[in-house]
Design a binder for this molecule. Structure first.
Ligand SMILES: Nc1ncnc2c1ncn2[C@@H]1O[C@H](COP(=O)(O)OP(=O)(O)OP(=O)(O)O)[C@@H](O)[C@H]1O
Ligand SMILES: [Mg+2]
Length: 270
């Protein structure tokens, strides 16, 4: 069934309007208004399975505005967007634990192609007080300079990940359940930290003791993935040998993922 089924066939007027809004986006139309005032769309910043994120001028500020991705039909889009509406509260909870997140994450009522819709307003990565390594979009990472040492080995890698191990343990100790989409890495004071976003599906519920092992591994692998995907090309090429050989496989006790997950678990159970 297409999104633009007529009202008589059981599609509400609201859904029909949303379908037209998405169709407009598919045709490249992003006509955004806030309080009736047009919002200037400067450039796309990135997109994922749920959102299309644009750099826009809003109330004299440049912000990242997340709109629904137009690949979904209305029903699926509405389900996904319901989840997105939890991002602000979840972001606040994670930020309160001291872990880097967007400094602004709030819903903003807009009209999109003439249809009322709640968009999500975020700090642009480039305006954050730390540098984000965008784990889903390597090309978006612009570097002031690499924080990686010239050569990576097991010891220097563990040192590099010290802050991340602490952040990961904090998440687990506080019962923060996350999917891998939420994990990115950022640079704070020349050290690596977690940067968490895309938190619509985050859940807060204490982990059972029996789950600690597994979640330590899962979060560590998610972070290593995001870290490698967020490196710029030069860094990736320089450290490819070490990263490919050491970082990912789980069966070898010398793998970085095993070593780091063990360090996380130790901190959690300390
Ligand atoms: N605040 C921001 N500043 C700059 N770019 C951003 C910002 N937020 C998101 N992006 C870009 O948009 C992309 C998609 O954002 P996000 O991961 O939140 O969407 P998503 O649809 O949930 O993605 P996925 O389906 O992969 O989970 C990011 O990878 C990033 O490149
Ligand atoms: Mg997502």
């Amino acid at each position: 069934m297409s999104d633009s089924q007529p009202h008589e066939q059981g599609i509400s007027l609201q859904d029909q309007a949303l379908g037209e809004m998405l169709q407009g986006m598919r045709d490249g139309k992003h006509d955004i208004k806030v309080n009736g005032e047009p919002v200037e769309v400067i450039r796309p910043l990135g997109a994922g399975g749920t959102k299309k994120v644009f750099d826009v001028a809003l109330g004299g500020n440049r912000v990242a505005l997340a709109l629904p991705n137009d690949v979904d039909g209305v029903i699926r889009m509405k389900q996904k967007w319901e989840n997105i509406m939890h991002e602000p509260e979840n972001t606040n909870r994670v930020r309160a634990l001291g872990i880097p997140t967007n400094t602004v994450c709030e819903t903003v009522p807009i009209t999109l192609n003439g249809v009322p819709f709640d968009a999500l307003r975020l700090t642009r990565y480039e305006d954050l007080p730390f540098q984000v390594l965008d784990g889903k979009n390597r090309l978006s990472t612009e570097y002031a300079g690499s924080v990686l040492p010239e050569q990576l080995d097991s010891e220097s890698f563990q040192a590099l990940f010290g802050g991340i191990v602490t952040d990961t343990a904090t998440l687990i100790s506080n019962g923060v359940h996350l999917g891998r989409d939420s994990f990115n890495v950022c640079v704070v004071d020349n050290g690596l930290r977690l940067f968490l976003n895309d938190l619509g599906s985050a859940r807060f519920e204490p982990f059972e003791p029996g789950e600690i092992d597994h979640v330590s591994q899962q979060y560590t692998i998610s972070t290593l993935d995001a870290f490698v995907n967020g490196l710029n090309e030069e860094e990736y090429q320089r450290h490819k040998g070490f990263l490919d050989g050491k970082a990912f496989e789980f069966n070898n006790p010398d793998k970085m993922s095993v070593i780091l997950a063990r360090a996380v678990r130790q901190k959690v159970t300390e």
